[in-house]
Ligand binder design. Sequence first.
Ligand SMILES: Cc1cc2nc3c(=O)[nH]c(=O)nc-3n(C[C@H](O)[C@H](O)[C@H](O)COP(=O)(O)OP(=O)(O)OC[C@H]3O[C@@H](n4cnc5c(N)ncnc54)[C@H](O)[C@@H]3O)c2cc1C
Length: 495
Amino acid sequence: MLLPSPQISKLVVQTKTAIAIPSVTQFAHYSQQQRHVSVAVPNSVASSTVSSSTSSPLIDFNNTKELYRTRSITNLVSSYVTLKSCQLSLLARWGPTLLEAGGPVSALGAKLTYFRYFCGGESLEDASIQEAINYCAKDGMKVILDYSVEGANSDKRADEINQVILNSIYFSEKENAKAGAERLSFGVVKMTGIIDCKVLEKLSEIICYEQVHQVEKSMLPNSLHIESYHNKMNFRTPAFSFANKKPTPLNDDELAQLDRTLQRLDKLCQASKTTGVPLLVDAEHSYYQPAIDQMFMLMCLRYNEQGKHPVVYNTYQMYLKDAFQRLQYDREFAKARGIDLGCKLVRGAYMKLENERSRGFSLPSPINPSIEATHTSYNNGVQYALQNIHQMAVVIATHNQNTVVQSADWIVNRYGIPRENRRVQFAQLYGMGDSLSLALSLSGFNISKYVPFGPLNEVLPYLSRRLIENSDVMGGATNDIQRTEKEIKRRMFIR
Ligand SMILES: Cc1cc2nc3c(=O)[nH]c(=O)nc-3n(C[C@H](O)[C@H](O)[C@H](O)COP(=O)(O)OP(=O)(O)OC[C@H]3O[C@@H](n4cnc5c(N)ncnc54)[C@H](O)[C@@H]3O)c2cc1C
């Protein structure tokens, strides 16, 4: 067992909410798993955590003068007012409902306020996209252009969305070439933008059914079949009940849709390979995820290679009970086939919806029983990727300061990975976690901002999720609010 390094000890502050990395046996409890996977994460950092208010020797959040050195006072005041307003109880209560309802009034309201702050623009041609790229580059941060449109309701629409994502990959390549440096780090695809959700759900149901029942003959179409992959993943918490019925196979129309989707995804991966701008596959609802994972693994087998930077990355939502096992399973599967695995680690954005759905179907929730279990799962994921960095690449996508400080310490002090190693990246959302991003950049880590773009009325669900996240007065925005306030006062010579 590894012991905490002296550097970690220096950072360690015991708190009531200490994040303990459990043993594999404890982990089994969270995931209600039926099967253990072979690789265990050391539990040597059990009960260690880092105070959320302090800086570490690696990352300094307290020197706001240095942190915000490129930001004008107007910019700081605007950030302060926007983030603070998200925490107003009236807005926190009604904002997301209004945004989700859509309509011209909420669209106009959002456009004049939060859209500008949290999004890059409506299309790649918008001057504001270029401004966002320059704004980030000035602070040593890269940009991930995210066409944040969900719910392809027709084939034509799915083609259009795919084309914009494709354009964003070529746009990123062109911008990097123009700057002579990597200014845009990844392309992103949200699968619900390029396939009908109903097909994703039906495929996921078939996959889960076959995982639970270990059927002899798979109902999955050949185009999606991967030898010994999905049927061995029998530890997943299924998002479906099979008590009354067995799912039906895809009909001809659905099969044709699937084929076109695989062609779209292949086109994106091909572009990522030729441009050197890797593709992140976003994670979505747990009842779409089995199909998304299957399509990802298909592309991973096709495009990722051993010892080369992965072309395509999957996203693992560590709030899911089975996430850590899936991460281990995927890496073992990729390793056995001589390829490297790319992963983006997030906690997960659909908790309320997932819990409501599972209650409605009288199913066990796929989400961890507590936030501590999610923190543990996330930390396990980070450690596991860092331990295996010669065969993996990881994007640590979070606004959690403890996680950022802890991960930075592990990267440098425990695993001796150079900060600039492209296989380890941090990412935060545009307009969120800015003080974390700036501090990471100042310390020489790879840091990217996810910059969503898209027609205003189509990014409203995204904006609604950001409002909910930022409305939490104990949440991540609080650090940014306090730090910008401190810097505004410093500049105005008020202490
Ligand atoms: C760059 C980037 C890319 C992202 N991409 C995706 C994506 O592809 N798919 C996606 O789903 N999300 C994505 N997210 C959003 C992410 O999943 C989180 O919603 C968000 O980042 C908040 O988590 P955190 O780690 O930043 O912060 P924290 O504030 O530390 O954690 C909050 C999170 O903990 C979890 N949690 C809270 N309460 C509980 C509880 N009682 N039990 C169990 N778990 C709990 C929830 O996931 C919640 O969002 C992305 C985030 C970033 C920064």
